[in-house]
Design a protein around this ligand. Structure first.
Ligand code: NAD
Length: 297
């Protein structure tokens, strides 16, 4: 058996088309969604992510405001900028690219974003809503994974889902989302004993570890659905290569569905950011969320 590949690039294009349609509906009502992105320092990978996010926003008709701040900016000046963006009516979404330099308190920064303009779902209030199963903003990467799972039209209820990694931005919200879908969830992490035995029980595996080729074929139950969140840069045969947390070539012979890296969760994350921006814009203007977007859930 060879796994069906969950094509994140293709699926994310479909999401973007729906976002574009929703934006055009808002523009007809003289409402122009805007996304502000903030990057502190000049980390090459982060700069590329932020640039791509701004480019994608423009592609779907969302106005993009990019703020690049120096590495040594004082925390109070970053908070001042966020406050200005909170008060700026042209801005519907504020994204602060993580990680921030060590001298800045990330929690304080994320909590200073107006919850109605939080598009990452990392703000205290929005993070809490997921755990209470209330409508709010779902972090982009777990949301992208959920849409990928929905796209294969499989019944999630009752499935045994194992999430590898317990970060605030991927593992924890992902587990909660799948719990909200009536999955039975297990989170494994760096201090878990017998990871392979636990993963072997999974109908759904979400790998968000940050270690290249971490999940091996012998860990995977035949027919399991595997979503690979990892982005790891390795050197193979003298060339730079991007690989996930799952040993793709091995696992594709065992899994029923598998998402690739690149071309899997990465593009979905960006599309979900655009979707969250439109959601926030619609909510802030008391407009019902466009059906074409809510249908994706
Ligand atoms: P993180 O470093 O914050 O968390 C990694 C998690 O893996 C931790 O909870 C840790 O307990 C666990 N872990 C580490 N070593 C382990 C081990 N040996 N065994 C079991 N668990 C172990 O990372 P993150 O921000 O959650 O990101 C995880 C990966 O996903 C990274 O490769 C990151 O680049 C990628 N990522 C991709 C996207 C995307 O859009 N595709 C978005 C976010 C993160």
């Amino acid at each position: 058996m060879t796994a069906n590949i969950i094509d994140g690039k293709q699926l994310s294009s479909k999401v973007k088309e729906q976002v574009k349609l929703a934006v055009s509906q808002l523009i007809k009502k003289q409402i122009y969604p805007g996304l502000a992105t903030i990057i502190v320092g000049d980390d090459a990978a982060s700069s590329i992510y932020v640039k791509n996010k701004g480019k994608s926003a423009k592609e779907v008709g969302i106005k993009s405001f990019q703020h690049t701040l120096p590495e040594y900016i004082e925390e109070k000046n970053l908070l001042k900028l966020i406050n200005e963006l909170n008060l700026n009516d042209s801005v519907d979404g504020i994204l602060v690219q993580l990680p921030l330099p060590r001298h800045i308190n990330s929690d304080l920064v994320l909590d200073s974003i107006d919850p109605s303009k939080d598009v990452d779902g990392f703000n205290l209030l929005n993070a809490g809503k997921i755990y209470l199963s209330r409508e709010g903003v779902i972090p982009c990467t777990p949301l992208g994974c959920l849409i990928m799972l929905r796209s294969i039209k499989t019944e999630l209820r009752g499935k045994n889902a194992v999430i590898i990694g317990r970060s605030n931005i991927v593992g924890k919200p992902m587990a909660q989302l799948l719990l909200n879908e009536d999955c039975t969830i297990t989170i494994v992490h760096s201090k878990t004993n017998n990871i392979s035995e636990i993963v072997k029980e999974a109908d759904i595996i979400i790998a968000a570890v940050g270690i290249a080729n971490f999940v091996k074929a012998e860990w995977v139950k035949k027919g399991a659905i595997v979503i690979d969140v990892g982005i790891n840069r390795i050197i193979l045969d003298g060339k730079n290569k991007l690989v996930g947390d799952v040993n793709f070539n091995e696992v594709k012979e065992i899994a029923s569905y598998l998402s690739p890296v690149p071309g899997g969760v990465g593009p979905m994350t960006i599309s979900c950011l655009l979707m969250n921006t439109v959601f926030q814009c619609a909510r802030r203007n008391n407009i019902d969320l466009p059906n074409n977007l809510t249908d994706l859930f």
